[in-house]
Design a binder for this molecule. Structure first.
Ligand SMILES: C[S@@+](CC[C@H](N)C(=O)[O-])C[C@H]1O[C@@H](n2cnc3c(N)ncnc32)[C@H](O)[C@@H]1O
Length: 285
């Protein structure tokens, strides 16, 4: 039987380079002094953005954290600009502070194998790949994404940042990719879960049931407070509740179901933190 599921973007991405060599280079000077960050898109799309996502605090945290090396910083800034220009849902990009946390995590715990579920245009992929490449024994990163267009953008910027060797981009449905990785008996020391929120439970269960997480490995699940609406749909009282759209509430209920699922799971120990849009750190017991 012919199984055609993923196209593997194995690096170096020669084909991608040829295909996208005509994309104009955005000079870094165009971003100096400008708040280009993906949170701009969040500001535009969520009425209660500021109090919920604490954008100003996030900016302050970012300004008081060690930046990425200049080449990486420049690539990430330019990627963010291009993503905002090309994608209406550019707010899906991680916050800069959260990517700095991913880097810090890799520097501290030195995972050999990292998996990202949800590449989008590769903002957090570049951050993690740069940290993996900085280790003496370079770790590797596999990133899963169903859409080819943002994946091609990610490939181009990874190459520009000199990080292509550290990353394998897999195009296809994440669940299918997970099952294939499990068939290949691959285990990960760190899994960054950042794809469709409605799929979190099935990805999480597949990771645990198919033994994709190493014994001391960690799952970092992003957006677990989804625009500050998850505790609201879960019925937690607030003095000044901020209304959100039907769609955000619907997603928030799915995220709440995932959060409850993890909380009730005896196999793991978890802590949820209000970092930007919420992050749960999960390890096996
Ligand atoms: C929140 S974005 C990822 C953001 C990215 N980590 C970053 O920091 O820029 C979620 C991504 O998951 C992808 N996605 C959604 N459903 C998927 C699926 N079933 N399989 C693979 N990828 C999926 C979306 O296309 C989207 O690009």
């Amino acid at each position: 039987m012919i199984r055609h599921f993923h196209r593997l973007y194995l690096f170096p991405v020669l084909a991608t380079k040829q295909k996208f060599s005509s994309v104009p280079f955005i000079p870094s000077t165009s971003i100096i002094g400008t708040r280009w960050h993906s949170t701009i898109t969040v500001e535009q799309s969520v009425s209660n953005h500021n109090s919920r996502l604490r954008l100003i605090e996030d900016e302050y945290c970012n300004d008081h954290s060690t930046p990425f090396p200049p080449l990486i910083e420049q690539a990430m800034n330019e990627l963010a600009l291009e993503t905002i220009k090309e994608y209406r849902n550019a707010h899906m990009m991680n916050s800069k502070t959260a990517t700095l946390l991913l880097r810090q995590w890799i520097s501290l715990f030195r995972p050999a194998r990292v998996l990202e579920i949800g590449t989008f245009t590769g903002y957090s992929t570049i951050a993690m790949a740069s940290a993996l490449s900085a280790q003496r024994h370079h770790g590797s990163l596999i990133s899963l994404e169903k859409d080819s267009a943002p994946l091609a953008l990610a490939a181009r910027y990874l190459e520009r940042a000199g990080l292509s060797d550290a990353v394998t981009l897999m195009e296809g449905d994440a669940l299918e990719s997970l099952l294939n990785l499990a068939n290949d008996k691959i285990q990960f020391d760190m899994i960054f879960l950042d794809a469709d929120k409605g799929g979190y439970i099935k990805y999480y269960d597949t990771i645990l049931e198919k033994n994709l997480l190493s014994d001391n490995g960690v799952i970092l699940a992003d957006n677990v407070l989804y625009f500050g609406q998850v505790h609201r749909v879960a019925g937690y009282h607030e003095d000044q509740p901020a209304p959100a759209s039907k769609n955000i509430n619907r997603m928030a209920r799915k995220v709440d179901a995932f959060n409850q699922h993890v909380r009730q799971d005896d196999r793991v120990q978890a802590v949820m933190l209000p970092l930007f849009d919420g992050l749960t750190i999960i390890k096996k017991k």
